[in-house]
Write a protein that binds this ligand. Structure first.
Ligand code: 0WE
Length: 259
């Protein structure tokens, strides 16, 4: 089916399973005509990602440890190979902090795990944007979307070091938007309310947080991965051709509240 993304090629990082936000975004792009490539992290999820990728006729599925410059360089070289030397769209939906740092006190975060969380969750966007730049330049421009969370702007109990990583990610979006704007590459973020993904399910107190969220958000609704799919499709489409360096809140209005 042709659509907004007919003739466009997209690389998607961060699919773990069918509930992943990255998968919801990929699905939208596919439905509207995009050609897709995927990365996965670790052999534990390789089979799942390969099966999902096959269902949307993906042109490439390859491993990427975003902490490794060599891996990032290889992945973008493989992407250029699969996509005839260019890339139109990059979806970055990657984050990781040690489980023990998403409970207890932020104050107790050790140095090594602080930097690990920022490396995987924030620097990875910078590394990928830099690697995507020449490929997008070959297309005369491009669009990049990453996932962020309110916990990078306000203190959300237990979000801890991930909040500090998201603050760094949010600032990176703005600086990347400035640098890459010169090449007609747009960089934006989606700030989603809590979505029940694999990453979320293992979080202590997630259900309580969902209840508070549905009570306090203006729309009194929970957020689904597909809500992020629709928002990402907008930001990645030409409808958003003059939108860069911004955050689109997909959170039933929660961020607008003071109580
Ligand atoms: O960014 C996130 C979560 C990302 C995440 C999740 C995990 C769980 C498994 C990063 N690293 C890990 N590491 C693991 O070992 N969210 C926006 C969802 C989330 O996570 C929270 C939240 C919300 C919301 C953690 C504490 C409090 C609120």
């Amino acid at each position: 089916m042709p659509g907004r993304f007919a003739g466009k090629q997209a690389l998607v990082l961060g699919v773990a399973n069918r509930r992943s936000i990255a998968w919801a975004i990929a699905n939208r792009l596919h439905e509207e005509g995009a050609e897709l490539a995927f990365t996965f992290q670790g052999e534990r999820i390789e089979k799942t990602v390969r099966e999902l990728a096959a269902s949307v006729d993906a042109k490439l599925v390859t491993e990427c440890d975003v902490r490794s410059d060599e891996d990032v360089a290889r992945v973008f070289a493989e992407t250029a190979g699969a996509f005839g030397g260019g890339l139109d769209i990059l979806v970055h939906s990657v984050a990781y902090a040690a489980a023990e740092d998403l409970e207890g006190r932020f104050t107790d975060t050790p140095r090594d795990r602080f930097w690990m969380a920022l490396d995987v969750s924030a620097y990875s966007l910078v590394a990928c944007a830099r690697a995507a730049e020449p490929l997008m330049e070959a297309r005369g421009g491009g669009s990049i979307v990453t996932m962020t969370y309110l916990g990078g702007e306000r203190a959300v109990p237990h979000y801890n070091v991930m909040g500090v990583a998201k603050a760094s990610l949010d600032a990176s979006v703005k600086y990347l938007a400035w640098d890459l704007g010169q090449k007609s590459i747009r960089v934006n973020a989606i700030s989603a309310g809590p979505v029940r993904t694999l990453a979320a399910r293992s979080i202590a107190g997630f259900t309580t947080m969902e209840e508070i969220f549905e009570l306090r958000s203006p729309l009194h609704r929970h957020i689904e991965a597909d809500d992020c799919g629709g928002a990402a499709a907008y930001l990645l489409s030409d409808d958003a051709k003059n939108v860069t360096g911004t955050t689109l809140y997909v959170d039933a209005g929660y961020h607008a509240m003071g109580m």
